[in-house]
Each structure stands twice: as structure tokens, then as C-alpha cells.
Design a protein around this ligand. Structure first.
Ligand code: SF4
Length: 90
């Protein structure tokens, strides 16, 4: 019973995070970061201690678990340790 209760709470919390993120995207009216921003973000990630599979298309962050090619392309994403922020670099 407790297992189902915890599962339900986690599902609701996950749904809340997804809706919150979609709302932020709709508010900003811009979904993708420009290419220069993506390149700058990937340069930072390539020098980070938390990166795995560097210089491959599967480059991944061990802090947030995200694949960094798509993460760095999405404007509203940000580094979990604050190395780059959720905005275009220019
Ligand atoms: S997103 Fe941040 S923590 Fe993750 S690899 Fe890139 S710079 Fe490092």
C-alpha cells in the first residue's frame, strides 16, 4: 500500500515538473538556443568532471543524467551545477 502511495506521489511530482517546464517554454516563446550558445555550452561540458562519453553524439552529464546534445540545444535548460545558464550566450 505504501509502495503505491509513494509511486503516486512521485508520478504527480514528475507530472508537475513536466507541466512547469512546458509552461516556461510557452512563456518564453523560444524553444531552441542558437547554435553558438549550444557550441559554447558543449565546450564547457567537455571540460567538466561530470561528463561522460566526451566528443561522441552520446555525450552525457552524470549530474543530471541528460544527453547533452539535446539538452544544450534547448534554451530553457541549465547546468545542474551552474556552469551555464538558461539563456542565449549573445
Ligand atoms: S551540464 Fe554542467 S555538470 Fe553536466 S557536464 Fe555540463 S557543465 Fe558539467
Amino acid at each position: 500500500m505504501l509502495f503505491y502511495l509513494i509511486g503516486t506521489i512521485l508520478s504527480l511530482f514528475g507530472g508537475f515538473l513536466v507541466v512547469k517546464h512546458i509552461f516556461k517554454i510557452i512563456q518564453s516563446k523560444q524553444i531552441l538556443a542558437n547554435v553558438n550558445t549550444q557550441i559554447e555550452r558543449l565546450k564547457i561540458c567537455n571540460q567538466c568532471d561530470h561528463v561522460r562519453l566526451k566528443k561522441t553524439k552520446y555525450i552525457r552529464c552524470t549530474k543530471c543524467g541528460c544527453f547533452l546534445k539535446p539538452k544544450t540545444r534547448l534554451l530553457n535548460q541549465e547546468c545542474p551545477v551552474g556552469k551555464w545558464s538558461a539563456s542565449n550566450s549573445d
